[in-house]
Design a protein around this ligand. Structure first.
Ligand SMILES: [Zn+2]
Ligand SMILES: [Zn+2]
Length: 264
């Protein structure tokens, strides 16, 4: 099936995105790619997480809210735009790094368990086991949180960001039973699993087909999880390979009914 949404784009309001990450550019990309929905997901989270304080303090709500006004002024009848955020896992609290009051302000919310470059104790990184276990813990804590009802999707699950070694090593170290346990619960909670195409940047269709993400997503599908696709665009170039979303949808034999409600 053709994927006609992208629910993970950052604008230049995210300090890690560049000046080409604009609403205007994304609208032009959407038209070129035949997308009908764009979900804007600038970073937003609590400013007291060790390792990520400076990062999240640079994105207070008032800062991100500028986008809400920009989106409201867009007149594109064939395109639906959503004001969301990519929030964070709060390591000391073992919870989602957003309050209920803040969560209410967004159209959708993505939560990663894998920004381990910022939020995991640095001395865990050299240990594959500790790194894997941290992501499993974070994933489980997000599902168990009372705030989980606000979560639209788990962002790039188990794709350790800025990992100093091949992050797929960690995915390969998670058993099918462990994945099934987590994905059963994800499905039960009505939280979608994000298929984040950024991992496919330099991959051919053959490489995507034989990569470790596909069996992981297959397990999620078997458990009844719904999916949402995102490019994780931080500049204008991420959409150059967004056709990989269609490649993955094909490999997983996804149908409209496998997608999260918001992106249908
Ligand atoms: Zn992320
Ligand atoms: Zn992101």
């Amino acid at each position: 099936m053709k994927i006609t949404h992208d629910f993970h784009v950052h604008t230049k309001l995210s300090i890690c995105a560049n000046e080409t990450a604009t609403v205007e550019n994304y609208i032009a990309h959407a038209k070129r790619l035949g997308l009908k929905k764009i979900g804007f997901s600038d970073h937003f989270g609590a400013g007291d997480i060790p390792g990520a304080r400076g990062f999240y303090r640079a994105h207070p709500y008032e800062h991100n809210a500028e986008l809400k006004e920009t989106l409201a002024a867009v007149n594109e009848p064939d395109l639906k735009l959503y004001f969301g955020c990519e929030t964070e896992y709060h390591t000391p609290k073992r919870d989602i790094a957003i309050t209920e009051e803040e969560a209410e302000k967004f159209d959708f919310i993505l939560v990663p368990n894998s920004h381990t470059h910022m939020i995991m104790p640095k001395d865990y990184i050299p240990s594959y086991e500790k790194h894997r276990d941290f992501m499993i813990m974070a994933y489980g804590d997000v599902l168990n949180s009372p705030l989980s009802r606000y979560v639209t999707a788990m962002a790039h699950p188990f794709d350790a960001v800025c990992c100093p070694y091949d992050p797929t090593i960690l995915i390969r170290m998670i058993s099918d039973d462990q994945f099934k346990y987590l994905f059963d619960k994800t499905a039960e909670k009505g939280i979608a699993v994000e298929i984040n195409t950024s991992y496919t940047k330099n991959m051919t269709a053959e490489q995507i087909a034989s990569d470790v993400h596909i069996p992981m997503f297959r397990l999620a599908k078997e458990c009844g999880c719904k999916f949402i696709f995102g490019s994780d665009s931080h500049d204008k170039d991420y959409h150059d390979f967004y056709h990989n979303a269609d490649v993955i949808a094909e490999l997983l034999e996804l149908k409209e009914s496998d997608l999260a409600e918001i992106c249908k």
